[in-house]
Write a new protein. Structure first.
Length: 476
């Protein structure tokens, strides 16, 4: 680790004396960021993907079409596909629309909890928890989000040196099923609705010596599911499930222009998410129902510093950060009972609250990347990503009868989320290329398997050349 940190610090000195060109806003999407040491995003570089975090970047990428063609190609299908465009109404106003960019805990690919497993595996993965709760009482007990296509509209307004941006994000899905029998005298209904509504706001302050980038996110998640059995059936129970979850995110970074050759990039971000499912049964009044046995929390903080350097014929990016993630599940039940139990507890004093917490400290997280011009139509890229992580798993039993605490600590290599179907071992070193045809750019994260076993460039199937593909077109 000491060697890695020493080499990283030395790169700051070496890169600072390199000859460079003026900073330009370039593109390449997810494939470019991953190939340049992203995890998978890279806070120390600029790309059109910044518009997802701060809609004010739309003014920098106006009259622009972009698309993520996806990853994990299988049988002509790819995950993670999205597309969008930005239109310059004037030199002061840009508007845009994005389709398919899946964000937040309604989609397992974005989950840190799912990655770590254990009792906190659903701390930021709502859908997995929903399916667990409603399994057995509704036909919608195995909901998958692969076909959900979020929609985001955004706009950016330039006011001299200050640019303001605002975006609205929305995704929803609903289903309803009626079962009829006995000449339609008996009717069972299952219903389910999933929603995400997000609001994004950001600002860019473009000064002579620095570019300040700040943004905020508020996203509201909700799930409703209901099972209504025939009223004439004895002992049948209405069952309802309600989830509500709130996300808050804050991001800040500064591109400090030390010289025409070299920019220093400090960054910080904070994210929190909390949700609590409520399960309701139509049970007799004397039955004690624990309708809210679980509460889930996630908090995430990262701070770091990096460089953004334009050298002759290319660019170099380097970043070093600290990241702290806390995933927490609070489980409340009653002695001898469980959520939905039809057995009355001995007394309210037997209530039990257990707390499961997983804390991850990544120090340091290293991101290194370089891109260079091979030909006028071809850009080469290489990157290095490494997260030195330690994990603390803690269980606190709060019942008097079994009061105790269990704690386990260990170190491990922490992968990134979304993982893009890559294992941790696949994320250390990365290669990529960009193909440029006038205003069209096709960018790929190269699959190591392709380099080792041979090429099937056109088929997109066995040994495909790219495991992540992005494409963009600029009208400017």
């Amino acid at each position: 680790m000491k060697k890695v940190i020493s080499l990283f610090l030395l790169s700051f000195v070496l890169l600072g004396i390199m000859q460079a060109q003026e900073t330009k806003y370039v593109s390449g999407g997810l494939a470019r960021e991953m190939a340049l040491g992203g995890s998978p995003s890279n806070a120390y570089m600029m790309d059109y993907t910044d518009v997802y975090t701060n809609p004010a970047w739309a003014i920098k990428y106006s009259d622009f079409i972009y698309s993520e063609l996806g990853y994990n190609y299988n049988n002509y299908h790819a995950a993670g596909q999205s597309a969008g465009f930005t239109y310059a109404v004037s030199k002061f106003l840009a508007v845009g629309l994005s389709i398919g960019k899946q964000e937040g805990p309604m989609f397992q690919a974005n989950s840190y909890g799912h990655q770590l497993g254990g009792n906190v595996s659903v701390s930021d993965d709502i859908l997995s928890c929903v399916n667990y709760y409603i399994s057995g009482f509704t036909t919608y007990s195995n909901i998958a989000s692969d076909t959900w296509r979020p929609l985001e509209a955004y706009a950016a307004l330039k006011l001299s040196r200050l640019t303001l941006g605002f975006g609205i994000y929305r995704v929803s899905w609903s289903g309803s099923t009626d079962f009829h029998s006995s000449g339609d005298t008996l009717n069972t209904t299952d219903e389910a609705t999933f929603r995400q509504t997000g609001f994004k706001a950001g600002a860019l302050l473009d000064m002579d010596v620095m570019l300040i980038d700040v943004s905020a996110l508020l996203r509201l998640n909700s799930v409703d599911a209901k099972h209504t059995p025939p009223p004439a059936v004895p002992l049948s129970l209405n069952q309802e499930l309600t989830f509500t979850g709130t996300e808050l995110g804050l991001n800040a970074r500064v591109f400090m222009k030390i010289s025409d050759k070299f920019s220093l990039v400090p960054m910080a971000r904070f994210y929190s998410f909390v949700y609590e499912p409520e399960l309701t049964y139509a049970v007799p009044a004397h039955i004690k129902l624990n309708s809210k046995p679980n509460k889930f929390n996630r908090t995430d903080f990262e701070a770091g510093i990096g460089t953004n350097v334009n050298i002759n014929g290319g660019k170099v990016f380097a970043g070093l950060s600290l990241e702290s993630i806390s995933l927490k599940r609070t489980y409340t039940t009653f002695k001898g009972t469980y959520a939905g139990s039809t057995t009355a507890p001995d007394s309210i004093s037997t209530q039990v609250t257990d707390t499961y917490t997983t804390s991850v400290l990544t120090l340091p997280k290293v991101s290194l990347g370089a891109e260079f011009e091979i030909a006028s139509w071809l850009t080469g890229r290489l990157g290095y990503y490494k997260a030195f992580a330690s994990q603390d798993v803690k269980t606190e039993y709060n019942a008097k009868a079994k009061a105790k605490t269990e704690e386990t600590k260990y170190t491990f290599d922490f992968g990134y989320a979304p993982a893009c179907s890559l294992q941790v071992a696949d994320e250390l070193l990365s290669l990529g290329i960009g193909l440029h045809f006038d205003r069209l750019s096709i960018d790929g994260y190269l699959a190591e398997e392709w380099l080792a076993d041979g090429i099937y460039i056109a088929s997109g199937k066995v040994n495909a050349m790219f495991c992540v593909v992005s494409m963009s077109y600029s009208f400017n």
